[in-house]
Design a protein around this ligand. Structure first.
Ligand SMILES: NC(=O)c1ccc[n+]([C@@H]2O[C@H](COP(=O)([O-])OP(=O)(O)OC[C@H]3O[C@@H](n4cnc5c(N)ncnc54)[C@H](OP(=O)(O)O)[C@@H]3O)[C@@H](O)[C@H]2O)c1
Length: 243
């Protein structure tokens, strides 16, 4: 959704994911949409496994070899794990923390030279981290490492915003509520669970493509250039209307 929105706005977007074939097919679909719309935006796929240090380094090296600057870094790749409290396995912590928290940190530090090359005081470079409403309110399901990883990412956002402000790099996070992606496939498969989930959203629906794209475009635009260190709750009111 986010990559498509940025490409439609004319950006050259590099996307990554572990599954090379799906990554390439997604880029081709995005490029076909850009061609049909007559925009100059482009999408380039680069497969990597961000849950490993080697995967993060490989992507950072590729970016350094192929680009001279980066205007917008979106840390979107994420993983979750659900298990009953007393059975929650260690791998459910390491995989989720590495993907959701450690990788975004090292992608930011690894791409700093490229972000600095794009940054100007009147037109900052932008880091946008995809957090979660599950780090703003206590989740109702047993995804302990996920909520903790996203809370960590929210704090990394604020900490690096302070650190990088003098470099004219803004660092913000979007904390989405439920969005119907593969991550929520198990919810959509059970009408009762889905009704319960959507029923917890005051605006009574899933987050949709336009919600995500509009918020990312705002943060990455001149209009969003005076925001840094913010966590935007894009959650249909779950956190704002709580209590
Ligand atoms: N959907 C929601 O309701 C919701 C709500 C709040 C926040 N979020 C956040 O939104 C972001 C996107 O999630 P989504 O809903 O689109 O989930 P998704 O459908 O499961 O997609 C996750 C994406 O991350 C990639 N990915 C996972 N592990 C990776 C790894 N180790 N290395 C590289 N890429 C990896 C996946 O591709 P491969 O499998 O090919 O690697 C896929 O493209 C995540 O950060 C998620 O936590 C989602």
């Amino acid at each position: 959704m986010i990559a498509r929105g940025l490409v439609q706005g004319g950006a050259h977007v590099v996307i990554t994911s572990r599954k090379e074939e799906q990554c390439r097919a997604t880029a081709e679909a995005i490029n076909a949409g850009a061609d049909a719309a007559g925009t100059t935006g482009r999408c380039t796929p680069v497969a990597s496994d961000l849950s490993s240090a080697e995967g993060v380094t490989g992507l950072v090296d590729w970016l350094g070899e192929h680009l001279t600057s980066i205007d917008i870094l979106v840390n979107n790749a994420g993983a979750t794990w659900g298990a009953p409290l007393e059975e929650f396995p260690l791998i459910g912590w390491t995989k989720v923390l590495n993907t959701n928290l450690v990788a975004p940190f090292y992608l930011i530090t690894g791409t700093l030279p490229l972000l600095r090359n794009a940054a100007r005081p009147d037109r900052p470079a932008h880091v946008i981290n995809i957090g979660s409403v599950d780090a703003l309110t206590t989740p109702s399901w047993e995804n302990y490492s996920y909520s903790a990883s996203k809370a960590g990412l929210h704090m990394v956002t604020r900490h690096l915003a302070k650190q990088l402000a003098s470099d004219s790099i803004t660092v913000n996070a979007i904390a989405p509520g439920p969005v119907l992606t593969d991550m929520l496939g198990h919810v959509a498969a059970d009408p009762e669970v889905e009704a319960e989930l959507v029923g917890r959203v005051p605006l009574g629906r899933y987050g949709q493509t336009d919600d995500l794209i509009g918020t990312v475009r705002f943060l990455a635009s001149r209009a969003g250039s005076y925001l840094t260190g913010t966590i935007i709750p894009l959650d249909g009111g779950i956190s704002g209307c709580a209590g």
